[in-house]
Unconditional design. Structure first.
Length: 452
């Protein structure tokens, strides 16, 4: 594809937007890079302005009219309403990456577990002898993989990114699960699910759609794709006449079926905590197998894979308590998975800015799993109302006070779990900052206890 002399408008100058601007400029496009935020809220603007092909960097002002440009590249944070029906062509960075990458693409989506699954796939492919890198919504721009010496590209793709795809066609598309999220952006669950389903929209019979058959919303996607369907399940072998290949877990082993042949793969070396990570592990192993890597070779990566920061991350077992940081649980479904993965008494820290999602199912789960809840942020009263007196609740001003209170009421062996079920944007820049503040509060508490 030739971008020479194309006029390109990039909307939003976060990490992926800056990447798209420099990528297009380096290939001969005439780029206008725009962001409505003020200059001091945007990273690396000076470097962007000096990059080849950047005609103008426009910040702190309304976006230019997309109709005036050959191609508009919206960043994930820019909703469709800002460019759809106005832009001549609207391609996000995932669409661009799909057009320029010269290696097979594995793309992973779902409401929860995407990042862990993508990093597991990357690690297991490498252990199996393949040159692989993870990118996309996991924190590395997808376009950074173009031209890299790779055998496979592994992309995490969000619903926001999938909105701006036109004919994205991954060789393997993985859909982990689907529960309400980002309804403040998509409007309703149907539109959110439709955005996720775009990962399958342009696959053909030569491609693979790896779908969780434990999730009825994901399983229903099997009726919409032209790709080969491969089902995976934590509840035994998926049963569907369309499945030539399938995968399931039983205890500490995975079973991979192709036709009438079934192979058993030992997974006892996996150290990832939580029941929800079993789904991530099975999806990753199945993807690696479908990519042609020997599963037994790939599982050698599991003994050293420790998971990602702020995702069911075990922080400390000091003060007689086990502290777990799942700040990435930014929706009720993710918080449910975190709670369900813990068998012991749980002191649950929850709250933040809600996403317009009900807390009823989360409250039902917490009432069975937790012994009390410490509530922070804007949604504290809504979560307490959903619990309806089934759990002791305390509202605290901030996360450091929640940590201090958990240490006061916890008994030896209890688990303190930060799984907010909400976004962090009422009190923090992002979920990473929230997790760091949680960890720092634990460290300070430990230091004070030692000094006294």
């Amino acid at each position: 594809m030739d971008l020479s002399h194309k006029s390109v408008l990039v909307l939003g100058l976060g990490l992926s937007g800056r990447s798209a601007a420099t990528f297009c400029g380096a290939r001969g496009a005439e780029v206008v890079a725009a962001d409505e935020r003020p200059h001091d809220e945007i990273d690396q603007l000076d470097a962007l302005q000096k990059s080849p092909g950047i005609r103008e960097v426009r910040v702190g002002a309304p976006f230019p009219d997309p109709a005036e440009y050959d191609i508009t590249i919206p960043s994930p944070g820019v909703p469709e309403s800002r460019y759809r029906g106005k832009a001549r062509i609207a391609w996000g960075d995932i669409e661009l990456a799909g057009r320029f990458l010269q290696v097979p693409v594995v793309a992973v989506t779902g409401t929860n577990g995407k990042s862990t699954t993508v990093k597991l796939i990357e690690s297991m492919l490498r252990h199996g002898g393949r040159r692989a890198r993870a990118a996309g919504n996991v924190g590395t721009p997808a376009l950074s993989l173009v031209g890299a010496p790779l055998d496979l590209a592994v992309l995490e793709v969000s619903s926001f990114q999938l909105e701006a795809t036109e004919r994205f066609q991954p060789e393997i598309a993985v859909v982990l699960n689907l529960s309400p999220d980002h309804l403040d952006r998509h409007g309703n669950f149907r539109r959110y699910a439709e955005a996720k389903q775009r990962i399958l929209a342009h696959q053909g019979p030569e491609n693979i759609a790896l779908l969780s058959f434990d999730d009825e919303n994901v399983r229903a996607m099997a009726d919409t794709t032209s790709a080969e369907i491969v089902g995976f399940s934590l509840r035994g072998e998926p049963r569907d006449r369309r499945l030539r290949r399938a995968a399931w877990l039983d205890g500490n082993a995975a079973f991979l079926r192709e036709g009438d042949q079934v192979r058993r793969v030992d997974l006892s070396g996996c150290r990832l905590p939580g029941a929800h990570n079993r789904e991530n592990l099975l999806a990753a192993l199945t993807t690696v197998w479908l990519s042609g890597v020997e599963p037994e070779a790939a599982t050698g990566a599991l003994s050293s894979f420790r998971g990602l920061p702020h995702r069911s991350e075990r922080i400390s077992d000091k003060l007689g308590l086990e502290w777990i940081d799942d700040s990435k649980a930014t929706n009720p479904g993710a918080a449910i998975r975190a709670l369900e993965g813990l068998p012991r008494r749980v002191i649950w820290i929850a709250g933040g800015r809600g996403k317009g999602l009900p807390f009823d199912a989360l409250a039902d789960c917490a009432a069975k799993r937790a012994i009390c809840v410490l509530l922070i942020g804007e949604s504290a009263s809504a979560i307490e109302e959903a619990l309806a007196g089934r759990l002791p609740c305390e509202s605290v001003e901030d996360i450091s006070l929640a940590v201090a209170r958990a240490a006061e009421i916890g008994e030896p062996g209890d688990v303190v779990l930060l799984a907010p079920g909400c976004s962090s944007l009422d009190q923090f820049i992002n979920f990473e900052e929230r997790g760091r503040c949680f960890q720092q509060a634990i460290e300070k508490l430990e230091t004070r206890r030692v000094s006294t």
